[in-house]
Write a protein that binds this ligand. Structure first.
Ligand SMILES: Cc1ncc(COP(=O)(O)O)c(C=O)c1O
Length: 393
C-alpha cells in the first residue's frame, strides 16, 4: 500500500483527536458489576447496561457452566446447519411466551441486537418500500434501513403527527415504522401506543427496538407490556446483553414474520449460532427477570434518589424515568473533561459525543443498576457536585 493511503488515514484520525471525538478503549480486569478494575484502577462504575445486575448473578454463571459441559463451548455452525440446539429452541419458546407481542407469536434468537435489526428491516422492506425512523433511533436501525434499499425518512423525535404526515406521501407502498422503545442515549420511552395507531391506519409494520426496556419495564416483559400494546403488525426486538446480562438478541412476532426471517434474513442465515452455554445462561437469566420485581423496585428507588440530587447540578438532566440518566454538558471536549475529572475521583461515567448524539448535546450517560446501592448513588452525586464546583460550572 502506498504511503498516501496511510497518510489519509493518519490525517483523518488526527482530525478526530483534535475535534475531541477520538474514542479510547479502556481495559476492564474484573468481573462485570458496579465495581470495576479498569486499567489498574478500582472504580465505581455507572456505565453498563446491566440494569438488573444479572451479568454477575451466580445462577446465570452456573447455568453457563452447565451449558458448556452439556453442549461444548461453541455452537459449531449456523442455525440452519447444525448450530440450533435444544437450548436455543427452549429459550425461543420461553421468550415468545414471556413477551407475547401477539397471539401465537414465535421468537427467533440472534447473536446481537445489531444483527437482529439488520435482519428485520432487510426482510420487511426492499427497494420499492418506505421506512420511517425516529431521528434519535439507534445506529443499527439506521443501518438496517440503509441496507434494505427502501426509501428512509427520519421524523423529529417522538413526533407522531410529523410521522403521519410523512407517511401520507408514501401511500401505496409497503411501509415500516421503526423506533427505539427506550432511547439509548436519552432514556425516554417512545409513544408506542400512538405509533401503533399510526401503523394500523397505514397498514404498516411497527418495529420496536426494546434493547433498553426488556427486563426493566412492564414487569420485565418490556415496553409493549409497559405501554399496554400488542398486535400482529408489531415486530419486537429485545436484546439479551443488557438487562438480561449475557449476550445476543431476539425477535418476537407473528409466526409468518419469524418464518420470513428464517428463510430470508442474511444476518440470521450467514452467521454462527450463539454458543449454547450463553443460551443456557440466558434461560436462567430469563427466570430471574420474570421473578425480578424486587430488583426492579430497587432500581426504581435508585433512579428516583439520583434524580432528586441531580436536579441541583448545573447540567441539564433529561426527563427520563428509566435507568438511563443523561446529563447534557454541551460540547464534546467539556463532556470528555468532566468524565475525566470523575474518573480521577474514582467514578466511571462515559462521555457520549457526536455522532452518537446530535452536535451540541454531548453528555454524561449515567446508567444505574439494581446492583448499585443507595450509598453508591450518593458517591456519584457527591463526585458530580464536586466536579461542577471545581469547573465553576
Ligand atoms: C437501542 C439499541 N438497539 C440495538 C443495540 C444493539 O444491541 P447489541 O449490543 O446486542 O448489538 C443497542 C446497543 O448497543 C441499542 O442501544
Amino acid at each position: 500500500m502506498g504511503t498516501a493511503a496511510l497518510d489519509l488515514l493518519a490525517q483523518a484520525l488526527a482530525r478526530r483527536r483534535s475535534d475531541g471525538l477520538e474514542r479510547v478503549r479502556r481495559t476492564v480486569e474484573s468481573a462485570q458489576g458496579p465495581r470495576l478494575t479498569v486499567d489498574g484502577r478500582d472504580l465505581l462504575a455507572f456505565a453498563s447496561n446491566d440494569y438488573l445486575g444479572l451479568a454477575g448473578a451466580p445462577e446465570v454463571i452456573e447455568a453457563a457452566r452447565d451449558g458448556a459441559r452439556r453442549y461444548g463451548a461453541g455452537a459449531g455452525a449456523s442455525h440452519l446447519v447444525t448450530g440450533h440446539t435444544g437450548a436455543h429452541a427452549a429459550l425461543e419458546a420461553e421468550l415468545a411466551a414471556f413477551v407475547h407481542p401477539c397471539d401465537g407469536a414465535r421468537a427467533l434468537l440472534f447473536s446481537s441486537g445489531y444483527l437482529a435489526n439488520l435482519a428485520i428491516l432487510t426482510a420487511l422492506a426492499g427497494r420499492s418500500d418506505a421506512i420511517f425512523g425516529d431521528r434519535l433511533n439507534h445506529a443499527c436501525l439506521n443501518d438496517g434501513a440503509l441496507l434494505s434499499r427502501a426509501s428512509y425518512a427520519r421524523y423529529p423525535h417522538g413526533d407522531v403527527a410529523a410521522l403521519e404526515s410523512r407517511m401520507e406521501t408514501a401511500r401505496g407502498r409497503r411501509c415500516v415504522v421503526a423506533t427505539d422503545a427506550v432511547f439509548s442515549m436519552d432514556g425516554d420511552v417512545a409513544p408506542l401506543a400512538a405509533l401503533a395507531g399510526v401503523a394500523s391506519r397505514h397498514d404498516a409494520w411497527l418495529v420496536v427496538d426494546d434493547a433498553h426496556g426488556f427486563g426493566v419495564l412492564g414487569g420485565g416483559r418490556g415496553s409493549l407490556a409497559h405501554c399496554g400494546i400488542a398486535g400482529e403488525r408489531i415486530v419486537y426486538m429485545g436484546t439479551l446483553g443488557k438487562a438480561a446480562g449475557v449476550a445476543g438478541a431476539f425477535v418476537a412476532a407473528h409466526p409468518l414474520v419469524i418464518e420470513t426471517l428464517v428463510q430470508t434474513a442474511r444476518p440470521y442465515i450467514y452467521t454462527t449460532a450463539a454458543p449454547p452455554m450463553t443460551i443456557e445462561a440466558l434461560r436462567a437469566s430469563l427466570a430471574l427477570i420474570a421473578a425480578g420485581d424486587e430488583r426492579r423496585a430497587r432500581l426504581a428507588a435508585l433512579v428516583e434518589a439520583f434524580r432528586q440530587r441531580a436536579a441541583r447540578l448545573p447540567w441539564k438532566l433529561l426527563p427520563s424515568q428509566t435507568p438511563i440518566q443523561p446529563l447534557i454538558v454541551g460540547d464534546a471536549a467539556t463532556a470528555v473533561a468532566v468524565s475525566g475529572a470523575l474518573f480521577a475521583r474514582g467514578v466511571l461515567v462515559p462521555a457520549i459525543r457526536p455522532p452518537t448524539v446530535p452536535a451540541g448535546t454531548a453528555r454524561l450517560r449515567i446508567s444505574l443498576s439494581a446492583a448499585h446501592t443507595a450509598g453508591d448513588v450518593a458517591v456519584l452525586c457527591d463526585a458530580l457536585a464536586a466536579v461542577a464546583r471545581e469547573r465553576g460550572a
